[in-house]
Design a protein around this ligand. Structure first.
Ligand code: KPL
Length: 342
């Protein structure tokens, strides 16, 4: 079997240093499991929140099985609760510490009910920040409206992980993680914030990322959106892996048309010209060639997709800037027609 000796971390034996950051991870999908298990095995104070009771009980009992790209694994034990099913108390007694919530749910899960749960979670530590790992756009504004003055960080990552079952996650490819604070205006330098950000970077390093602080996160969000706007709906439409997508001339033609339309819209909305963005799309297809995109996985699983936060949102941006978006509208309509199909 791939199991090696387990690494135990109950969350109760952790040191309580003044500079410690508690990490609350919300979401038991691939990224949530992967981040939680890495942090726990690095000895960080961490707790995972899942959507279902079944998953939280399973992980509490059997831990997370963390597999590397080659498939070999180890079991990591950590505290795990169901979101909404637990009274929100601090992981350890004391209320002076800093907490980072890593929000690793799908974009479509960011609804009023989850925001209310997050409000409760943010109240148990004195200083809480939230790091958002979603694809697409629109959710940061929703969170900001619901969470008041909690600092919100956006994250863009190129890492890939696959959830093999409710307690097993396998790394598909290590990657960079760019984080930046969401700000209506240019961020102002604040020494306390800068200190927190340094600590977050350290924690994120322990989570297995290569983290960087970005002062142009909106641009990175737009760039990721451009890549997702081409790969996600078209892999769902043609039912192919990311690597297969550009292997046929007709598909490349459609990819290019969707890319060019999206690029024009995002540039009008404020994205700096990335120069080689078409090459960038092909590079992501090659690097993640064995991946089933998250949108294709959702369509195959009969789940709601992130189409409205990706191509739907691009079409809305177009409308707001007086541009047309026939390709984005078309793929939105097609993928919406797949939703709920089994
Ligand atoms: O982000 C992705 C996704 O699947 O959502 C890509 C980059 C397409 C990798 O699969």
């Amino acid at each position: 079997s791939s199991r090696k000796s387990p690494v135990y971390n109950t969350g109760t034996s952790n040191r309580r240093r003044a500079d410690a950051v508690h990490i609350e991870i919300v979401g038991g999908g691939a990224i949530g499991l992967w981040v939680a298990a890495n942090l726990a095995s690095a000895g960080e104070s961490v707790r995972l929140w899942t959507r279902t009771e079944r998953q939280s009980l399973l992980i509490k009992d059997a831990g997370i099985l963390l597999r590397d790209t080659a498939g070999s694994g180890r079991t990591v034990y950590l505290p795990c609760e169901r979101m909404g099913g637990h009274s929100y108390t601090a992981l350890e007694s004391g209320d002076t510490e800093e907490c980072l919530i890593i929000l690793a749910v799908k974009q479509t899960a960011i609804q009023d009910e989850l925001i209310q749960q997050l409000q409760l979670l943010t109240r148990i530590y004195r200083h809480t920040s939230i790091l958002c790992l979603q694809n697409g756009i629109g959710h940061l504004e929703k969170l900001a409206a619901g969470l008041g003055d909690v600092p919100i960080y956006a994250a863009v990552t190129t890492m890939g992980a696959k959830r093999e079952d409710e307690r097993t996650v396998r790394l598909a490819g290590a990657g960079e993680l760019w984080i930046g604070e969401r700000a209506e205006n240019d961020p102002v330098f604040d020494e306390k914030r800068a200190k927190s950000q340094k600590k977050f970077l350290l924690s994120l390093q322990k989570a297995g990322f290569q983290p960087f602080l970005s002062n142009e996160i909106n641009n990175r969000i737009f760039h990721k959106l451009l890549i997702n706007a081409v790969i996600n709906p078209l892999t769902a439409l043609f039912d192919v892996t990311n690597g297969e997508l550009p292997k046929q001339e007709r598909r490349v033609h459609i990819m290019r048309a969707l890319h060019n339309e999206t690029l024009d819209i995002l540039k009008r909305a404020g994205m700096q010209d990335p120069g080689d963005s078409w090459e960038g799309v092909l590079e992501v297809c090659a690097r993640t060639s064995a991946n089933i995109s998250s949108m294709l996985a959702d369509v195959r699983g009969g789940r709601e997709t992130e189409i409205r936060a990706i191509n739907g949102a691009v079409a809305e941006l177009a409308a707001a800037h007086g541009l047309k978006a026939p390709m984005n509208e078309a793929v939105t309509a097609i993928v919406e027609s797949f939703e709920g199909m089994q």
